[in-house]
Design a protein around this ligand. Sequence first.
Ligand SMILES: [Fe+2]
Length: 283
Amino acid sequence: MGKLVLAAKVSHVPSLMLSETSDSPLRQARAGAVAALRELGRRAKEREVTTFVVFDTHWLSNFGYHINANAQHRGSFTSHEAPHMIQDLRYDLPGDPALAQAIAAEAQSHGLKVLAHQVPTLGLEYGTIVPMHYLNSDGWAKIVSIASPLFTSIEESRALGEATRRAIDASDERVAILASGSLSHRLWPNKDLGPDAWTTIASEFNRQVDLRVLQLWQERRYREFTAMLPDYAVKCNGEGGMADTVMLFAALGWDDYTGEAEPLCDYFPSSGSGQVNVEFHVS
Ligand SMILES: [Fe+2]
């Protein structure tokens, strides 16, 4: 039987990588977050993870849910959205078509519109590529990347998260789930972009709610968190509607989850959004 052995909410902001570029003004600014991602990779390896399932809020879809089920993910990625931040980032990672197809079949059997694709030219988005750069750079584990639809509901994303967990449990894999996306996600408007934008949040309201969410997690008050999540996603400008967080909590058991939330770095702003790397321990 398969097993979920690691679950985490992770950041994928491009400034993580700029922080490691020698000539960047952001040099080392994200060192704590980068170390947190590397630590998650170490833990995943220690727990003999065979597949990462990434709920990617940077892969946004208009029509239904989509899963990249390619057997090999290979490419050189330049971000359409931020070509000045991510250019020619090479990746070559094994996929897990069987688990990807199983997740799709399980979700379809519960009435969800979801497709798993094996199309060699279907590349990965940076919500998957950036975390994998730190957790799985040499492709020691397989990956499945799952998109976040724009025109959906909390209920549908929850159904996909639950289907993912059932498919994992029925597989032969040891799986790490990564919810790849922001907490709050109001970005600085164009006219306000400047050096300070990297390290400041665009809304004090969002920062206060993010900090409250982190407190609820650390106090394991997940019943309250899941109750506020639909409002949080809307009022705090959730990236991809916070579909990654919805799917993660659905996979963990929603408000029945009781595990420890372990922040692996300080909360940090990036371009106005709120970012974290938190492991949600599974027994
Ligand atoms: Fe993003």
